[in-house]
Design a protein around this ligand. Structure first.
Ligand code: PLP
Length: 395
């Protein structure tokens, strides 16, 4: 595992070191495989940090982007673009009938949701309840919404008005609602927090609290949405609808894109001039987003995600009774978390040496966000490598 001295020198001198980068320079991807600049091939159980739910370079997305790039790359939102309207319709029809605002990332989608919630509720209502272990992005509003102190160290003061509650604790939420509360914002499945979910009762309870108090219920589905859980959106596994939902990551099959969907009666509070994103919903993102939805439907990938999820479960879950090093195994569709008793960061490099790419979050949770286009053999191959490494862990 190495990269060329030239590439390494470029990064050392010219790129801000805000990421911990592994000594691997990737040059090509196809499906669940990527190649480094030394010609090595890796099986990717974490393609694109959750963005490449269709695998690397899905052909329909590649084609749509190529065609659109040669036709019209970007025009601002001062004009209509048919593809953006079609894309909004497709997202709306697959969720709760909302209207869309488009942007370029998850954090931006959440900023839009935060602004909308404050705009929609009466003046003086500004507080937004979010949850410990949650993650909402890196811009100031979204970082302030993220109830993890490690992301706040040294960058305070944060945006005021965020109130943190323990995840899955309904009584705590109820106690935190007051006359200044505008919204509740929650991930249906905490991703970065370590693949943590709560009961149907918890989400139904949030819905009830929101209804009783006139609050906007925002679901951050940036990681859990767009088919990741075998449903279009993770909230559909709970059967509890939000008022506002944010999307990004796998929304455009690997192209940058984000969206906020809001019930029409709430969406109208985002009046002209109150919010914008210059590149939001641009023709390339729109075409990529449409191609992503079409691919998932044409190829029956929601059902396939269920099958793959079952296969992962069958192969990996038994390890949690076999190995004392595993504290808990958690999975919702193609979101898989294996919590270990010890720090697991070194497993990323160990698997990389065996040509398998994985992620570790929160220090001790192996996180897999595999593509819904994997073959059974690919799943088996990767799980065998991972199981081998886990059996030697923590040695
Ligand atoms: C990744 C993520 C974000 C931030 O998305 P960016 O595109 O990196 O801004 C927000 N919320 C959740 C749940 C995420 O997983």
């Amino acid at each position: 595992m190495k990269i060329s001295p030239e590439t390494s020198a470029l990064f050392e001198r010219y790129v801000i070191p805000n990421y911990r980068r592994f000594p691997l320079s990737l040059v090509r991807g196809e499906g669940s495989w990527v190649w480094d600049d030394q010609g090595n091939r890796y099986l990717d159980f974490f393609p694109g940090w959750g963005c490449n739910l269709l695998g690397h370079c899905p052909p329909a997305v590649v084609k749509a982007v190529q065609e659109q790039a040669a036709t019209l790359i970007h025009v601002p939102n001062t004009w209509h673009m048919e593809a953006q309207g079609q894309w909004a319709k497709m997202l709306s029809e697959r969720s709760f009938g909302g209207q869309a605002f488009f942007c370029n990332s998850g954090t931006e989608a959440n900023e839009a949701a935060i602004k909308l919630a404050r705009l929609h509720t009466p003046r003086g209502r500004y507080k937004i309840i979010t949850f410990e272990g949650g993650f909402h992005g890196r811009t100031y509003g979204a970082t302030s919404a993220t109830a993890q102190s490690k992301y706040h160290d040294g960058i305070e003061p944060l945006v005021p008005g965020f109130v943190y509650a323990p995840f899955a604790d309904l009584a705590a939420v109820r106690a935190k609602v007051d006359g200044e509360t505008a919204a509740i914002m929650v991930e249906p499945v905490q991703g970065e927090g370590g693949i943590r979910f709560a009961s149907v009762e918890f989400f139904a309870g949030l819905r009830k609290i929101a209804d009783e108090n006139g609050l906007v219920l925002i679901f951050d589905e940036v990681q859990s949405g767009c088919g990741r859980t075998g449903k279009w959106f993770a909230y559909q596994t709970y059967g509890v609808e939000p008022d506002v939902m944010t999307l990004a990551k796998s929304l455009c099959g690997g192209i940058a894109g984000g969206a906020m969907l809001a019930r029409p009666e709430i969406a109208k509070s985002l009046r002209p001039g109150m919010h914008a994103a210059t590149f939001g919903g641009n023709p390339i993102a729109a075409r990529a987003g449409i191609a992503t939805i079409e691919t998932i439907e044409k190829e029956g990938l929601l059902q396939r995600a269920d099958q793959l999820a079952e296969l992962f479960f069958r192969l990996l879950h038994p390890l949690s009774s076999e190995l004392a090093s595993i504290r808990e195994y958690r999975q919702v569709g193609l979101m898989i978390g294996i919590e270990l008793r010890d720090d697991a960061s070194r497993l990323v490099e160990r698997c990389m040496e065996k040509r398998l790419l994985i992620n570790v979050t929160q220090g001790n949770v192996i996180r897999l966000l595999p593509a819904m286009t994997m073959t059974d053999d690919e799943v088996r191959e990767g799980c065998e490598i991972l199981a081998g490494e886990l059996r030697q862990f923590p040695a």
